[in-house]
Write a protein that binds this ligand. Structure first.
Ligand SMILES: [Zn+2]
Ligand SMILES: [Zn+2]
Length: 630
């Protein structure tokens, strides 16, 4: 149970999901791949080949290992599982691999694939299996077998036979599955080499990990390579520097320093959500970042999530920085007696949260230690649940439409280990599903994927590159807050009753949301979010005064405007504004100043007809006021 709870707690805000890139400095983002570390013998032996495609990917890893052994006969083999979009294999080699090596390895892999060697499974008695790898000088394989033997001995069970897979001259310790033969491996490409500690342990040897990708068709491979190249170009950390939005510094790893323009994006998103929330009857609250250990003990975080919390000791009391807002929200609920007439009570909070992610896993805005959620806790009577969910789905749709995104939903139902009254679960699940159906939401059901205290609705989007992102969740909490914090309301008969608590975030982590927006729009944010909506460009020094005047006219309409008063040439100023992804460039020369007009040029390069200043200001302000992609 403990592990599940920790997982659920961590799941509440999927703030820590990775982008296609990870780790590395802001200037030169390094490629990284979604590949969880493997430490235990079982993990090391897991080929990750749960589907046909993954079996092909894992098979490509064997073929790559064969090619590496050809080049470096003394190579020591680590492991080579299938991972998302591809595979890797870890090697201990006499020297560092070069890009030329990857080409050579690829060429040998192609030969092996053409030879169409069958993959053949073989079993050896345990001691022969160990001797087999010991003779071949493969200490990492021997170590895995020794671990398995030790575990079998401790458990009093016999050591199973050693399972091998063989193709051509290459033999590996492997449980499979594999494709029938090397000829069944589709078009592939080797992508990168990175260092990886054996068993993910920094005290063990650093191996060289070669990543590759393989697909069923050339078309699939091409599409993947395009997506990868495009994702690199769109890396939000590049835009952080290029657009002067945010930076990261060693003094506070995993916490963004927001520059003025980044903060403008932030405030614009926050303002839009606040406006929606006020319209929908939310009441905004603010609770402390620092709270005593006893609160986290009551909420269960201290037992299950303490490793992920930052702790502070003061005057002999231990405090934790809040990793989520939920427990403190209940103090406001309980600050007075609540009647059935007070519900639903919608308490929203832009809460600043801290989670102690390991420094090695931090990455840009998407894997951070400090972030702010557009969080809310809604306390409802059971009979209000359906209408509330319907309202929430509408909020989600509206907010995502501001960015031209269409949310998809996944309905996650009761897990095997769940707390609370089964009848209440059943009723809540039925209501949620009926609401999803009634509102015509696009959704899938994920059986048993709810948290132990709540069925939930996860929200997904697909970005411009076709990548799927899990954004935020709506959790219908039947047990956690209501029971642990003893929440009640007085019903129409004067009896105390338990409310249901709904946890919901729509953007989720603002940091992560901004990172995703920057990549989705390749930095060219919609007009209403753009930190600078127009730049006034003076052709010569004598136009600067008029440029300031025009900027004033635009600012009076609420537009975010800058004047480029540098002494560079007009073409250069336009280029700079385009690199800054500013929606409008307004060029002023003698003619325009005289006529008090400006000819707008869009960031897409469209030259628009000259307009008088007031008309222009009115038109741009109307466009900026619309929360849409325009
Ligand atoms: Zn295998
Ligand atoms: Zn919550």
């Amino acid at each position: 149970m403990a592990k599940d709870v920790a997982k659920d707690v961590a799941k509440e805000a999927p703030a820590q999901q990775d982008l296609a890139v990870a780790e590395g400095s802001a200037q030169e983002p390094e490629e990284a791949f979604e590949a969880p570390e493997r430490g235990s013998a079982d993990e090391l032996l897991d080929a990750g080949a749960d589907s046909d495609l993954d079996a092909m990917r894992h098979s490509a890893a064997h073929v790559m290992a064969e090619a590496v052994m050809d080049l470096f006969p003394a190579a020591k083999l680590g492991i080579g599982p299938a991972i998302a979009d591809g595979f890797y294999y870890d090697f201990q080699l006499p020297r560092a691999l070069t890009p030329a090596d990857l080409e050579t390895i690829e060429a040998r892999m192609t030969e092996s694939s053409k030879a169409d060697h069958p993959f053949v499974r073989r079993e050896l008695p345990p001691d022969e299996g160990r001797a087999f790898f010991a003779e071949r000088g493969q200490p990492f394989k021997v170590e895995i077998l020794d671990d398995l033997a030790a575990r079998a001995k401790a458990g009093g069970s016999p050591m199973p036979p050693t399972s091998l897979y063989e193709h051509g001259s290459f033999v590996d310790l492997c449980k499979g599955p594999h494709v029938a033969s090397t000829g069944k491996i589709g078009p592939f490409k080797l992508l990168a080499v990175a260092g990886a500690y054996w068993r993910g342990d920094e005290k063990r040897p650093m191996l060289q990990r070669i990543y590759g990708t393989v697909w069923e068709s050339q078309e699939d491979l091409d599409r993947y390579l395009w997506r990868r190249a495009e994702a690199k170009k769109r890396d939000h950390r590049r835009f952080g520097i290029q657009l002067d939005l945010f930076s990261f510094h060693d003094v506070s790893p995993g916490s963004a320093f927001w520059h003025p323009k980044g903060q403008r994006i932030w405030r614009t998103l926050e303002g839009a959500m606040r406006e929606l929330q006020e319209r929908r009857g939310y009441q905004e609250v603010s609770t402390p970042i620092l709270a005593e250990k006893k609160l986290w003990q009551q909420s269960g975080h201290w037992d299950l999530y303490a490793d992920n919390m930052f702790k502070v000791i003061s005057e002999d009391h231990t405090f934790g920085l809040k990793p989520m807002n939920c427990p403190e929200s209940t103090f406001i609920y309980r600050s007075r007696l609540r009647s059935y007439r007070d519900l639903p009570l919608r308490l929203s909070e832009f809460g600043r949260l801290h989670r102690n992610e390991r420094s090695g896993t931090l990455s840009g805005l998407t894997r951070v230690r400090q972030f702010i959620q557009d969080d809310a806790h809604i306390y409802v009577r059971p009979d209000q649940l359906s209408a509330e969910i319907e309202g929430l789905l509408g909020e989600v749709r509206e907010a995502y439409s501001w960015f031209g995104l269409e949310p998809r939903f996944a309905f996650a139902t009761k897990p095997d280990k769940a707390l609370g009254d089964p009848a209440l679960w059943e009723r809540a699940e039925r209501l949620i599903q009926e609401t999803l159906d009634r509102t015509g939401a696009r959704y899938v059901v994920k059986p048993k994927d709810g948290t132990f205290y709540a069925p939930k609705i996860d929200i997904y989007i697909d970005d411009a590159l076709g990548r799927e992102w899990q954004m935020a969740t709506v959790q219908v909490d039947l047990v956690m807050l209501p029971e642990r914090f003893d929440l009640t309301y007085i019903d129409e008969h004067g009896q105390p009753q338990r409310p249901i608590a709904i946890h919901r975030a729509i953007y989720g982590s603002l940091e992560r949301f901004i990172g995703i927006l920057l990549e989705h729009f390749a930095g060219a944010l919609p007009m209403w979010v753009a930190p600078v909506q127009a730049v006034v460009i003076s052709i010569a020094d004598r136009h600067v005064e008029a440029a300031d005047e025009l900027a004033g006219v635009l600012r009076a309409r609420g537009l975010r405007v800058e004047v480029d008063r540098s002494d560079s040439r007009m073409q250069n100023k336009i280029r700079v504004a385009q690199e800054q992804k500013v929606p409008y460039m307004l060029v002023l020369g003698d003619r325009e100043v005289e006529a008090r007009t400006a000819a707008p040029r869009t960031r897409a390069g469209e030259q628009q007809a000259a307009e008088g200043w007031d008309a222009l200001a009115e038109r741009l302000a109307a466009q900026a006021a619309q929360r849409s992609v325009n």
